[in-house]
Design a protein around this ligand. Structure first.
Ligand code: SAH
Ligand code: SF4
Ligand code: F3S
Length: 468
């Protein structure tokens, strides 16, 4: 069913830029710090949102700092996916009260997925009175206006009303990723997996117009970005809400045509929508990296049904076979949840056997965390935390061994890698499948694709030498 997406009119975004200019002018008259600190929690979608917040802040004349004592504005862009993520944020917000005592003029903003939850916003209102501005992902496009209200009136502002979700184009961006860039192609999620908070805080699925996405990729390629990741909670349903018939495979084909030397990646794919057409498109498009993140969440068909995932164990394994038939050396990664309410010991063994059968290159493992307002949070959950932790550790140990074996198989091979940065241990690079490679070499190689001979490996990374 098609839903109407609210597209924010260009003059409304222009009005936000006008608020940026007003803040800029106001700051000219005041002694306050012109530095901002933006701290991001959570997934790549949040990283991409923070780049837009930085874009707005730069328009207001702010530079950036990591030092909270120096900052005139602090923005915490938060994540609500698990209790641990929320606890970390609340701990940091609590600690910032001391900074605010030293710097009463500092403005503290809390945004992102946690801020969209009413019960969190209420808690901030009551117990964290040093927080000046709270706004959810729906209100991000009007951040300048909200900040202006705080600054001009010195009152607290809360904007976390529930909305189906909108799309705003033309928000300025300050990118952080060096030669890597994120491009959101869609927002929100319609899947309502029974454990997951995302559809409640990010609204309904909505796609950006293909021209807007392709223009952004074109500009990134022209500016020298080498590794471009298309983002959405479920990229495989891209375009379903658009007129014109462009689907995700079509978008990838069009992006692949854009001139330039760059790789295209995407995440995340929902197994129910990952199609044969997509696998064939990937195999045919030379810019699309041979890597696929396909979360399976659980190995038992009964648990998958309770999770509302809408595929079975066999259905998942069929998708993996179909993908590998198209791209035999595809790097396959996944997410899994341990300790879903009511999962039995036997059902957990099905998760273990699926891992052994598929042999993922890497796995992101999570212990189930009840999220207020989701159906799974109402289910009886008799298993205690210690038992879940024991299962979790068993699973991680098995996967570590698989990851290590998969990495060891690279030794002796020469792989074309993108050198993407440097740290105290030397250069870092990525294989086309996004495996981390460490190598010695000159920083002038950053941003270049170079053949690297792999000489060593452990479970986290590969070690190599630039081949001559
Ligand atoms: N849209 C993506 C995932 C986004 S959240 C997808 O559908 O695959 C990233 C991962 O966090 C999920 O894949 C899931 O494994 C995990 N996760 C989500 N909610 C969780 C919860 N309540 N407890 C534990 N892990 C959770
Ligand atoms: Fe959450 Fe499921 Fe949507 Fe992923 S697909 S964001 S796990 S509801
Ligand atoms: Fe977290 Fe929101 Fe992403 S809940 S995982 S930041 S969509």
């Amino acid at each position: 069913m098609k839903q109407e997406t609210t597209r924010i009119a260009p003059d409304q975004v222009a009005a936000q830029l006008e608020f940026c200019r007003k803040i800029h002018a106001l700051n000219e008259t005041r002694p306050q710090s012109r530095l901002a600190l933006v701290d991001t929690y959570g997934c790549q979608q949040n990283e991409a949102d923070s780049e837009r917040i930085r874009g707005y802040l730069a328009q207001m004349g702010y530079g950036f700092t990591q030092n909270e004592d120096e900052a005139g504005v602090i923005v915490l862009n938060t994540c609500a996916i698990r209790a641990h993520a929320e606890d970390r944020v609340l701990g940091n917000v609590g600690a910032l009260v001391h900074v605010k005592r030293r710097r009463p003029d500092q403005i503290l903003c809390l945004c992102g997925c946690m801020a969209q939850e009413d019960h969190v916003a209420e808690k901030i209102r009551r117990s964290y009175r040093h927080v000046d501005l709270v706004f959810g992902p729906h209100a991000l496009w009007r951040f300048p206006e909200l900040l202006w209200r705080v600054m001009s009136r010195r009152g607290r502002v809360f904007d976390h009303s529930e909305e189906p979700g909108s799309i705003a184009e033309g928000i300025p961006v300050v990118r952080q990723g060096g030669v890597k860039a994120w491009v959101s192609i869609m927002y929100g999620c319609n899947n309502f997996c029974s454990y997951c908070i995302v559809p409640y805080v990010r609204g309904r699925e909505r796609s950006r117009e293909p021209e807007a996405v392709l223009d952004e990729i074109r500009a990134l390629a022209a500016a020298g970005y080498r590794d471009i990741t298309l983002l959405g909670q479920n990229v495989n349903s891209y375009g379903r809400d658009l007129d014109g018939g462009m689907d995700f495979a079509g978008l990838l084909r069009a992006a692949n045509e854009i001139p330039g030397e760059f790789l295209l990646r995407f995440m995340t794919s929902h197994p129910k929508d990952a199609s044969q057409a997509l696998f064939e498109t990937m195999a045919r498009c030379e810019k699309v990296a041979p890597v696929f993140h396909l979360p399976f969440q659980a190995g038992s068909t009964r648990v998958l049904a309770a999770m509302n995932r809408r595929y079975t164990r066999e259905g998942y394994l069929d998708k993996v076979r179909a993908l590998r038939a198209q791209i035999p050396d595809v790097v396959l990664t996944s997410d899994v949840i341990v300790g879903f309410p009511g999962e039995t010991a036997g059902e957990f063994e099905e998760t273990m056997s699926l891992i052994e059968e598929v042999r993922f290159d890497a796995l992101f493992t999570f212990i189930y965390s009840p999220r207020k307002g989701t159906p799974a949070a109402e289910l009886p959950d008799p298993m205690d935390r210690a038992e879940k932790l024991a299962e979790f550790q068993r699973l991680v140990a098995v996967q570590d061994k698989i990851s290590e074996e998969k990495h060891a198989a690279y030794i002796g091979r020469t792989v074309r890698c993108l050198v993407d940065g440097a740290d105290e241990k030397g250069l870092t690079a990525r294989t086309p499948g996004n495996r981390l490679v460490r190598l010695a070499g000159d920083e002038s190689l950053i941003g270049r694709f170079v053949p690297v001979t792999i000489t060593g490996a452990n479970k986290w990374s590969l070690f190599g030498e630039a081949a001559q």
